[in-house]
Design a protein around this ligand. Structure first.
Ligand code: HEC
Length: 103
């Protein structure tokens, strides 16, 4: 009986973790949509055509998230990026980072 109860408990845990994973996963498609805001400067595929603007394609996901948040909270200063980042939610940033890091 206790074994059965344990199995039941374990499956509930497993199901809720799976559900959480799905809702927390960054959405690459939504990131691609948002990336329209970035392509003018960072290039259509995250490869910049301008000498003073960095590539974003294949950059590390965690680094992208950190950099964009640093621009948003002003820890990193660049007039263009500070104003772009102001308009992004945490979810937008996660989706954008997933999109660019996968290019
Ligand atoms: C108006 C031009 C412009 C737009 C639009 C723009 N960026 Fe930038 N971005 C820059 C410039 C310039 C830098 C370099 C800033 C610096 O020197 O610190 C930069 C830097 C970055 C960096 C840091 C890269 C690194 O290697 O450290 C990230 C990440 C980034 N941008 C993401 C984005 C995202 C995501 C968008 C769209 C939501 C976006 N940018 C839109 C101009 C732009």
């Amino acid at each position: 009986m206790t074994i059965l109860k344990n199995y039941f408990f374990m499956s509930i845990l497993l199901i809720s973790f799976t559900a959480m994973g799905v809702s927390l996963a960054a959405d690459v498609a939504k990131g691609k949509e948002k990336s329209m805001l970035c392509s003018g400067c960072h290039g259509a595929d995250g490869i910049s055509l301008m000498p003073d603007i960095p590539n974003l394609a294949s950059q590390k996901e965690a680094y992208l998230i950190k950099s964009i948040k640093d621009f948003r909270n002003g820890n990193r200063k660049n007039p263009m990026m500070n104003s772009v980042a102001q308009g992004l939610s945490d979810e937008d940033i996660a989706n954008l980072a997933a999109y660019f890091s996968n290019l």
